[in-house]
Ligand binder design. Structure first.
Ligand code: RNT
Ligand code: ZN
Length: 418
């Protein structure tokens, strides 16, 4: 027997003794797509003529060579990363990744044809696509206000952009046979104390209502809205706060996006899932890793990530969750940054699927909290690594750190030439 299968056999028995079927866990994991954010590959620049981060409130740090300079390079890099991740996944695009053949196309008139190459590629790769309007890196976003802008003309421009992006998302959903999650995040806010917190929120609410006017079937498109706590340049006030969007999503039956970097540093989005899903149909996750602030570090197998996965699995919420990654680190090899995040997310889900749920609940229901804590602690050293290795082997992706050699080869042969 292959040593990995041998280790797996031992692990299978250890889990079986706790009432956990590793085969069922692996089967479930195979069916969970993770949406990989394209913007890790090019530092959120996109391929519009004058891509800069104007009005974004985001900060990408690092200057590792090999940034994808074109959509073709980006697709090649994404393929390389996904090749190292077990399971079938999705790719998350932004409007700034439109391909307009060198012609300037304003954001408010973008159309599905500008994403035809992405759609054809996704079809060929067997990938689902998700999408985001880009309400930043644009002269009309330069003062940090978009859908809540006091100028009706600027607001209308961004409303048209949001509408155009829903049309594009629906076309993606139609072409690929899987609904496209279209997530609205805007940077709107103020650096210093506003005198009026209400008016921008009223404008945002009305603008969103106009963006969402067209009823589009859930089979093609899922509308999501994403809040934020603060950004660079919006430290004192963010128009689309958590309360704003939680209320909006509930009132208007939208999907709520929870980004793990968009709350106070000690606040965990894991705890929010079972609360918001009492009132909402669906939740989108932007899995990120903040260090001291919303720093968007590469996702790793942290306690926070494990807690998030546990909550999804414990609640039986998988069918109502859309799991996406959202970070950007330009200081290390970008293909590795993707691979680490994707593999970590899948590992966290696997560990959660391997939890001895019945035993834990038995302790809890008996009021034996010492037993519950003892078992949770013992679970941390159960041989989930052997189950993960078997999963990688079965899906024909490198086992253990072996994947990094492939990234090194790609860096030498492809990235270094950029
Ligand atoms: C910004 C939000 C948003 C972006 C992406 C690029 O704070 O998290 O989701 O990161 O849309
Ligand atoms: Zn996000």
């Amino acid at each position: 027997m292959h040593p990995i299968e041998q280790a797996y056999e031992y692990a299978r028995e250890r889990y079986a003794a706790l009432g956990v079927d590793t085969e069922t866990a692996l089967e479930t994991l195979t069916g969970v797509p993770i949406s990989m954010h394209c913007w890790q590959g090019d530092d959120v620049t996109g391929y519009e003529a004058a891509g800069d981060m104007a009005g974004s409130g985001l900060a990408v740090t690092g200057g590792h060579p090999g940034r994808a300079r074109t959509a073709d390079e980006l697709r090649a890099d994404i393929e390389q990363a996904l090749h190292l991740v077990p399971g079938s996944h999705r790719v998350n695009l932004h409007a700034i990744y439109a391909e307009t053949g060198g012609v300037k196309v304003e954001r408010d008139v973008l159309a599905p044809e500008h994403f035809a190459r992405w759609i054809d590629w996704a079809k060929a790769q067997g990938l689902g696509l998700d999408f985001n309007p880009t309400f930043f890196a644009h002269p009309l976003a330069a003062d940090g206000l978009t859908l809540s802008h006091p100028d009706a003309g600027i607001r209308a421009f961004w409303v048209r952009h949001g509408q155009a992006c829903r049309t594009i998302g629906a076309a993606m959903g139609q072409a690929l046979g899987t609904p496209c999650v279209v997530n609205v995040w805007i940077p709107d806010g103020m650096k210093d104390l506003p005198a009026d917190r209400l008016a921008p929120r009223l404008r945002l609410r009305d603008a969103l209502d106009t963006v969402f006017t067209d009823e589009l079937p859930r089979t093609l498109l899922i509308d999501a809205v994403e809040s934020k706590l603060f950004g660079i340049g919006s430290e004192s006030y963010v128009v689309g706060s958590h309360e704003f969007y939680m209320g909006y999503a509930m009132a208007k039956k939208k999907c709520l996006c929870l980004d793990s970097g968009h709350f106070h540093p000690t606040e965990s989005i894991a705890d929010k899932i079972s609360a918001v899903l009492l009132y909402l149909d669906e939740v989108l996750l932007h899995v990120s890793r903040g260090i001291r602030w919303d720093s968007d570090h590469v996702v790793i197998l942290s306690d926070e990530l494990r807690a998030l996965a546990e909550e999804i699995i414990r609640g039986g919420f998988l069918p109502r969750m859309h799991i996406g990654l959202d970070y950007f680190d330009a200081s290390i090899n970008r293909v590795a940054a993707w691979t680490i995040g994707m593999r970590s997310m899948a590992k966290a889900l696997l560990i959660a699927l391997l939890e001895p749920r019945a035993e834990l609940l038995a302790y809890e229901n008996a009021g034996d909290y010492a037993g519950r804590l003892a078992l949770l602690e013992e679970c941390k050293t159960l041989p989930f690594g052997a189950v993960w290795d078997a999963y990688c082997l079965r899906h024909d992706v490198p086992v253990g750190p072996a994947w990094y050699a492939e990234v090194q080869g790609y860096e030498r042969e492809v990235l270094a030439a950029r």
